[in-house]
Design a protein around this ligand. Structure first.
Ligand code: SAM
Length: 287
């Protein structure tokens, strides 16, 4: 009997029977915001040139996770060849002002940095996200982080909405000048704080847990809070976002909630169904 606190999303008969869009549908109308079921390598060739403002890629990390396919079980050389194939296709579909974020684990992180530069992207930063969950090892440090590479097509012209991603920081020594607070204010409890620049170390975002409404059975689902931070910083209302390897659809769901257009690709039809269900809940949050 599942705990009543378990809010993990489940599919019902209607969800299982609902049609899902294929790459053929994408070919017919590539402008429609949707999640398409198919292989990223094939899908990328169907997209028009210079059509995306922001690309969010959360590929398999090659950790041996079961995604219902073999995509996370390659030998390292194969994995890197495969990464190079899809990464080299991203320049064609990006606008001149586009930004790109790629999630990865430490094992292939350096490779992603090199390949991004080779593919003509300017690498702007590496965000390190400290996850709350990780499996302990008997003779190694627990794997408890992920990297997110941030790159742009042109460092002279790209979107970065600093104000929308500033973070709340407690002020330990509230300094006053001429009797007035210097760069700080107080919260409703009278505690001093300031909104400050977000850093590239993220320790405040938890992975989705079973008691959270956003949780699905996808084994490596990203938190919506992480998607929100990336999308708010690097896109504007109405911008077009590409959600590569969309899994349970986290990036597309948040894109929709934030009034962006989106296209997602995922090869496992079951995950596509979870993503579609989550997208439908954006319009009907009380369901
Ligand atoms: C790391 S997970 C993405 C998780 C997702 N960001 C979320 O929040 O649920 C990677 C996903 O890529 C999918 N995948 C692997 N190879 C693929 C390919 N060639 N084309 C499309 N999807 C693929 C897997 O089925 C898996 O769901």
């Amino acid at each position: 009997m599942p705990s009543p606190l378990n809010r993990t999303l489940r599919l019902d008969t209607n969800d299982w029977n609902a049609p899902i869009a294929s790459l053929n549908d994408l070919r017919l109308n590539p402008a429609v915001s949707n999640i398409y079921c198919g292989d990223v390598l094939e899908a990328l060739d169907q997209l028009p040139e210079h059509s995306f403002d922001l690309i969010l890629a959360d590929p398999p990390y090659n950790y041996g996770v079961d995604f219902g396919n073999d995509s996370d079980h390659r030998d390292d050389e194969d994995y890197q060849e495969w990464v190079t194939l899809w990464l080299n296709k991203l320049g064609r579909i990006s606008k001149q002002t586009a930004s790109l974020y790629i999630c990865t684990g430490w094992q292939h992180s350096g490779f992603f940095q090199e390949q991004l530069q080779r593919a003509g992207w300017t690498v702007m930063n590496r965000i390190t996200w400290k996850r709350d969950k990780g499996r302990g090892a008997k003779a190694n440090w627990k794997q408890n982080m992920e990297d997110i590479w941030f790159a742009v097509q042109s460092p002279k012209s790209y979107t970065f909405n600093l104000e929308s991603v500033k973070v709340h920081k407690k002020v330990i020594a509230p300094y006053k000048e001429n009797g007035l607070p210097k760069d700080w204010t107080v919260d409703t409890d009278g505690k001093p704080y300031r909104m400050t620049h977000p850093s590239n170390i993220w320790t405040d975002l938890t992975v989705p847990f079973w008691s959270m409404r956003e949780n699905t059975p996808h084994p490596t689902q990203k938190p919506e809070s992480l998607a929100e931070r990336l999308i708010l910083a690097s896109s504007n209302d109405g911008d077009r976002i590409l959600d590569l390897f969309s899994g349970s659809g986290t990036f597309s769901v948040v894109a929709k909630r934030l009034k962006r257009e989106f296209v997602g690709f995922e090869m496992n039809p079951e995950y596509v169904r979870y993503a579609l269900k989550r997208l439908s809940l954006v319009d009907n949050p009380s369901q």
